[in-house]
Design a protein around this ligand. Structure first.
Ligand code: SF4
Ligand code: SF4
Length: 469
């Protein structure tokens, strides 16, 4: 079996001294953390695949309809004027990530990052199924190009491309909906060349990343990994090695430390590091080394947890502090962002909005028969279906007052806005002077009623009933 490269703190394990790539073949690992991560990974993949299938208010749960310039997010429809809402969404989610990182280190990378999820729970499984365990894969890599090796590699990369194409198609469905994606797939590639080009490009990128680039993306390219040192401190919970307990390492019975120097934690590491050298930038918190070492500890009859989730202070035997100023600060900022998002979203989630303003010109018009005020009523239909809108006076309007104008009942197309000029008449016999009136906007379907109070202006009633001779 080819010798494994020994990690160190001076160079990146996956890059040889001559700059060439050292391809890793992480060993299989089982254990409670591995099972938990797999469950989470499968659930996240299911969410990704099935979200476009779940209809809410007539649209997919998440539908970024770029062509019609509308975003449909869990029943909320955002038009270009609403894009400022995304500021709250992005900043709120960003601070949630900061909060999680300050508390639990790279929990996002190890458990929920789409790159890790697809690589660990899909692509590595396919590779394991076709090429065998880590020693078999290493041997295959060194073996000459026989028919068997070519066949295995072809089958593996064929499946890689098929899976990459499936991920790319699902991705596209978030932007065009499943129905249109299906139409695109029925037609020839050149009929929808842009969509075809996007899917082809994505498929090739995913194939390259998951088939070849792999952990290099996390080590070299991911900006989030670079932020870690700014977001964490000695109380952040990370995957780490208990040096106090493990050292000096060596053969059981010959040294005092619990680490038997079996290198099992190194063999399972998908980024090729030795966690015993301390927390390193390459560690994505995948927990494989915890399960691997727990298994070894069980076999040598020592307590589990030589490698475990703990803070630097915890490993040093000091008191652990979970709640601390930076956690409070990030949670407060995350809470602010998310609260603002919920408030804005709940406001945006209202199916109709209406505003009433006084029309330009004189405040009122009067003659011997009536006093008239003119208003501008603007109604915005946020639904994806045409609504019938009716404007009328509410029951708290003084009796005898009437509404007329350029049509109090009209059809309002989906996601559109309309203005109507409304004239409110107060017959001289009913007129009570300047007062409040209530204008109601009724919208169907849903029988939504919006009530707005407006000021009705006019002269002194006595001057109308007893005009100067
Ligand atoms: S798996 Fe545990 S015992 Fe083996 S080398 Fe790693 S830390 Fe030491
Ligand atoms: S050191 Fe452990 S947790 Fe970190 S990437 Fe390697 S196996 Fe995963």
């Amino acid at each position: 079996m080819p010798a494994l490269k020994k990690p160190n703190l001076v160079s990146v394990t996956t890059i040889n001294d001559d700059g060439s790539r050292y391809f890793l073949h992480p060993a299989d690992v089982t254990g409670r953390w591995n099972i938990a991560r797999r469950v989470v990974g499968v659930l996240l993949i299911a969410v990704y695949v099935f979200l476009p299938w779940i209809p809410i208010n007539g649209n997919p749960a998440v539908f970024l309809d770029v062509e019609n310039r509308m975003f449909h997010l869990f029943g909320l429809t955002l038009v270009p004027q609403d894009l400022w809402v995304m500021f709250f969404a992005i900043s709120g989610l960003g601070f949630v990530l900061f909060f999680a990182t300050s508390l639990l280190g790279r929990v996002w990378c190890g458990w929920a990052c789409p790159y890790t999820v697809f690589l660990d729970h899909v692509y590595r499984r396919v590779e394991r199924w076709i090429e065998g365990d880590a020693p078999a894969r290493r041997a295959l890599e060194k073996a000459p190009w026989t028919v068997g090796k070519i066949g295995k590699r072809l089958l593996k990369h064929f499946l890689y491309v098929v899976i990459a194409a499936a991920i790319a198609h699902v991705f596209l469905s978030y932007f065009v909906s499943l129905e249109r994606l299906y139409d695109f797939m029925q037609a020839g590639p050149m009929e929808h060349a842009t969509a075809f080009g996007i899917v082809l490009f994505l498929t090739l990128v995913l194939w390259f990343c998951f088939g070849y680039f792999r952990e290099q993306f996390c080590i070299i390219m991911c900006p989030y990994g670079r932020l870690q040192s700014a977001l964490t401190d000695d109380d952040t919970i990370n995957v780490g090695y208990d040096e106090t307990r493990g050292e000096p390492r060596g053969t059981k019975g010959k040294v005092e430390g619990d680490c038997i120097d079996c290198h099992r934690c190194v063999q399972v590491c998908p980024t090729g590091i030795d966690i015993r050298n301390g927390l390193q930038l390459e560690c994505i918190g995948c927990t494989a080394c915890i399960d691997a070492c727990d298994d070894i500890m069980t076999k040598v009859d020592r307590p589990k947890g030589l490698i475990r989730y703990d803070s630097f202070n915890g490993f040093a035997g000091k008191a652990r502090r979970y709640l601390r100023p930076r956690v409070y600060a990030y949670s407060a900022l995350a809470g602010l962002g998310m609260t603002a998002l919920i408030l804005v979203a709940s406001n945006k989630a209202r199916p109709f909005t209406a505003t009433i303003s006084r029309s330009g010109g004189a405040g009122f018009y009067s003659d011997a028969n009536s006093v008239r005020n003119i208003y501008k009523v603007r109604v915005f239909n946020k639904r994806n279906q045409t609504a019938t809108v009716t404007i009328r006076l509410g029951k708290d309007t003084p009796p005898g007052y009437e509404l007329s104008g350029e049509g109090q009942s009209f059809s309002l197309p989906a996601l559109s806005e309309m203005s109507r000029t409304c004239v409110v008449f107060a017959p001289v016999d009913s007129y009570i002077g300047t007062s409040d009136i209530v204008i109601e906007v009724h919208a169907d379907p849903g029988d939504v009623i919006l009530q707005k109070t407006a000021r009705f202006l006019g002269p002194n009633p006595q001057s109308l009933k007893h005009p100067n001779p």
